[in-house]
Design a protein around this ligand. Structure first.
Ligand code: SAH
Length: 397
């Protein structure tokens, strides 16, 4: 089959990064005189050749995308079929099963698991998938076939929403690939159950990337009063309520998220300890301070304030404001957990945000732990973008 795929030729020297393990080809690396981009359909499979016409691998293309080709295999004798996808899925599953004793985790993390453009989260017998590229969209039937074979889930639901699809000119939709679209899904963390109303879920439903960090938090968090800002369904807040806190306030601007916290607090017998504040985080922080509130632990886990490089300056200001506002309400000796999922905000800059905020407030911080995404979101050593989550656990005197 490989021989029948259309060839794509790279410019001289542009095979180097690819040969060193990076799976992406940008449009400016392609010899468009030899293989014009107009000759390709979005999502089509291509044979990638270097300038001397040596076959390097097979990938999928989107001529409209800046990342024009993503390599699927360097084994030039391989066919891209359900067998190949099943092989990658099995490897991804084996890795997770080594690390987790319950089937609640990110099963597939795109390029890092050899399946570019594909994310699959696991909620017991329900899988929630998200496809980011035209190439993976075209492979969707193969993915469904492979998933059925390797995992035989009750449901595989495609939650194909989110900004990156527009860049690939893909429509947004939610639909079942296997089984049906469930009304609710359930994540498990610590000893807690989190029920998620699927119609109002964010992203793929649950932020598994922070789970290991929340485990750490549940172990060495201390103090009676906890503020969980950008709480979503209360991942941090409810874990605190279950382990060390007497009172938790969760802040989120999404009403379904706040309702979900109340429901999950009840589900886990924590209702008496948990309050929700349906508000913009910056407004809520201001209002809480005006009410004279103080907290022993504050968690800041915002959405990415810097989505694109050009948002860097404005995003940095937002991170600074947020951390400064929070610090004003942190009791002496309190714990600040401050996170960023912006790839464009490297950890040293987050460190600087904390440093600036604490010194302005005349306080001192010691960083007790550096947080990153959990091992079900493995980093691809060649793709810096796969390392996106960072956080700092700070004791603030
Ligand atoms: N801390 C969560 C994940 C946070 S995701 C967890 O561990 O699961 C980001 C959350 O911020 C979303 O729930 C979103 O509704 C909320 N959000 C986005 N902008 C906000 C704002 N300006 N004020 C308050 N919440 C906001």
């Amino acid at each position: 089959m490989t021989a029948t795929l259309p060839p794509l030729r790279l410019k001289k020297g542009e095979d180097r990064r690819l040969r060193h393990g990076h799976p992406w080809i940008y449009s400016n690396q392609i010899d468009t005189a030899a293989t014009p981009l107009a000759g390709f359909e979005p999502g089509q499979l291509v044979r990638v050749h270097d300038a001397r016409d040596m076959l390097i691998g097979i990938g999928y293309i989107n001529p409209h995308s800046l990342i024009t080709v993503r390599l699927l295999t360097r084994d030039t004798g391989t066919t891209v079929d359900a067998y190949l996808v099943a092989k990658r899925l099995r490897a991804a599953l084996a890795l997770r099963e080594r690390m987790y004793d319950q089937p609640y985790y990110r099963l597939v993390f795109g390029e890092s698991d050899g399946l570019p453009g594909l994310v699959i989260d696991r909620y017991g017998s329900t899988l929630v998938g998200q496809i980011a590229t035209a190439g993976m969209e075209a492979l969707r039937p193969l993915v469904e076939q492979a998933v059925a074979e390797v995992l035989a889930p009750e449901n595989l639901v495609w939650r194909n929403t989110g900004g990156s699809r527009a860049m690939e000119k893909l429509p947004e939709y939610v639909e079942a690939g296997i089984g049906e679209v469930p009304g609710t899904i359930e994540a498990r963390e610590g000893d807690l159950r989190f029920r998620i109303d699927f119609a109002h879920a964010q992203k793929t439903g649950w932020f598994y990337d922070q789970r290991g960090n929340r485990d750490l938090f549940a172990r060495y968090g201390s103090g009676a009063r906890v503020l969980d800002v950008f709480s979503y369904l209360g991942g941090w807040g409810l874990r605190a309520a279950a382990t060390f806190a007497e009172r938790v306030v969760c802040v989120d601007s999404s009403l379904p998220a706040c309702e979900g916290i109340e429901a999950n607090a009840a589900l886990n017998d924590l209702s008496g300890k948990v309050d929700t504040l349906h508000a913009d985080a910056f407004d809520a922080l201001k209002a809480l301070r005006e009410d004279g509130e103080q907290f022993d632990v504050i968690v800041l886990d915002p959405p990415a304030f810097i989505k694109r490089r050009k948002d860097h300056a404005a995003g940095l200001v937002a991170y600074k404001r947020l951390n400064q506002q929070a610090l004003r309400m942190l009791a002496p000796g309190g714990l600040l957990v401050t996170c960023s999922c912006s790839h464009h905000l490297p950890e040293p800059e987050l460190m600087h945000v904390v440093h600036e905020a604490t010194s302005r407030a005349g306080r001192n911080a010691s960083v007790l732990a550096r947080l990153q995404q959990g091992p079900d979101h493995p980093l691809h050593p060649a793709i810096v973008e796969t390392a996106y989550l960072k956080g700092l656990v700070c004791a603030v005197a």
